[in-house]
Design a protein around this ligand. Sequence first.
Ligand code: AMP
Length: 498
Amino acid sequence: MQSSPQFVGIDLGTTTTGLAWIRPDGNPEIVPNADGERLTPSVVYFDPHEDVKLVGVAARDSGDPDRTVQLIKRHMDDPEFTVSMDGRIWTPAEISAIILAKMRRDCSQIIGPIEDAVLTVPANFNELARKATLAAGRIAGLNVRRIVNEPTAAALYYAHAQKLRGRIMVYDLGGGTLDITILEVDDHGIRCLTSEGAGRLGGSDFDERILELIADAYQSAHGVGLWENELERRRVLQSGEDLKKMLSKLRQASETVGSQRGGVARIELTREVFEAAVSRLFTRTILLVEQALASVRFSPQDIDHVALVGGGTRMPGVRRMLKDYFGTEPKTCGNVDECVALGAALFAMKGADVEEVCNHSYGTLALVEDAATGAETYANTIVIPKNTPIPCEQSQTYVTSEDNENLIEVEITQGEDSDPKYVDIIGRIALKVPPNRPAGCEVTVTYRYDENQRVKATVRDERSGKTTEVAISYEGAGVLSDSEVEARREAFDSLRIE
Ligand code: AMP
């Protein structure tokens, strides 16, 4: 065992979490958990008898959906989402922290104490979800040195392991999300050009389709439904996922399912029928590919390599579709569900010359005057456009609109549209300015977008020259303040997590 603290990379995934370190020979390696699994299901079970939280396969197989939390990553951007368990409210950051704490504790037993980590997030994770991920790491006792986008980490791994260079499109079909990212890789580093993501398009959507096929087949053979409650449904869903994985290897496969009412049945499914049932999902993934190409004005021929990431890319239909579209075989590395963690470890240990871009436009809501008509409308003005290389900063000047105005309020937005209805308000700035001043005083707001893709703002009152650092505040039951994060971090030491 190594005794000096290790730098690790952690891929905190929707369905599984992986931790990697760099071996003394300089190559990244996955570190298994204490149960011997290379990837730990991102599932937490709250045991009612002993005050213990189970994480991983044991949690997934606990058989009690009311006490089991999964797919928590899908809620990291929801300020109102919480889980209530035994009278205690858990935020998404805390649930994620339970998973990270298990990884940290288990893997420390193999590679030595773990303190510093690079965590990965989907490229399209918004500001709130990134903040929640940082909080999760901190609560779990990690010093999060950087948050890196998953496709960037994957590209780093491909560049290391297969020496891929040039324009690479990372096609990442994970358990819950699809990310399409275009990067330029050369011997000096990685430059991200654009990233498009669909937050609700991943392997579990394919599982839902196969679940319908199984349920229909069972219903027509036995005349009754296959499940009556959530627990039974989840069992069938698991069988459906197993069947989906088998169909990645075989042209035809079967699974045994059953219910007390209709008895046991063996459901046969061909790859052809499965692919027909999910063809719409395949098409949606290609639409996202086209969107990514269009956003940088590339055609498919401009891409040198398509690199596959995520367990979903094991489906032969995905590979065939990409080969048809690009005219070349996509690159795979075998361990498609480990390469993000492996790339994160490379980043943690060696650092890398990585240039990322803003994956959303950031702006403000303000009254905007139409130059021709003089009419005022409430509109979103983009201050930092999507795909701007980061870190970056931009300023915008506002004028007070009324005499004696002593509070300037600015709403910070994330989104591409000028219509406030189609953008998200991610924070509010409230700035006190001295009273008794006429309308028309200038206030400059400077937005900084740091390397973790977190937004910060400073406000300068031009008349007094006073500059104030403004915290962008989030409100909601699912959001922890900085002091709450610290308190939870201390409390976590005494939690039993297995
Ligand atoms: P990831 O988040 O990258 O671990 O991806 C997990 C997703 O990949 C889950 O939805 C799995 O069902 C799916 N997956 C893993 N292996 C296979 C396979 N052999 N064929 C199809 N899907 C798979």
